[in-house]
Design a protein. Structure first.
Length: 157
């Protein structure tokens, strides 16, 4: 039986990505017309690494940066979200091995400034990391979100 890949191995496994594809008829109802950039995992990780302390980004801002980079209409919401999660878990894996300068995944939020509960340590760990960087986190419905996150958004290339 094949050995299960580590998060770091998954992050480095680009398969045949990145690529830009035409948005199919079926997907156009949800995504509109044009092209979709399907990133490589390391591209998502690289953008997450560009967010400095005290600043934030969202998955949608990362998608927009990927679309610009690949001259596509949109960045793929599905793979971008999956690869952000892989980057987060890989960073935690690296931290546990003693690495200091890991991807600051807690600075990448979901739409509306919502904390991603699937990142390592769940909501509690991210609340701690975000508040230590000066952000205020509050309950928004059933989820936690960063208050006035828009004021702290980093500009991505």
């Amino acid at each position: 039986m094949a050995k299960k890949k580590t998060w770091c191995e998954k992050l480095q496994d680009s398969k045949d990505l990145p690529k830009v594809e035409k948005i199919t008829e079926r997907m156009s109802k949800k995504w509109g017309r044009g092209t979709v950039a399907i990133p490589a995992p390391v591209e998502v990780d690289e953008l997450m690494k560009k967010v400095p302390p005290g600043k934030l980004t969202t998955i949608n801002h990362i998608r927009e940066a990927l679309a610009r980079k690949h001259k596509a209409t949109i960045g793929c919401p599905i793979t971008t979200g999956i690869f952000a999660s892989i980057a987060a878990h890989a960073a935690e894996e690296q931290k546990q091995k003693g690495q200091k300068n890991v991807t600051p995944y807690w600075r990448t939020l979901k739409v509306g400034g919502v904390i991603n509960e699937k990142y390592p340590g769940g909501t509690e760990e991210q609340k701690k990391l975000l508040t230590s960087e000066g952000h205020k986190v509050m309950l928004k419905g059933k989820k936690y979100a960063v208050v006035d996150y828009e004021k702290s958004l980093a500009v991505l290339p």
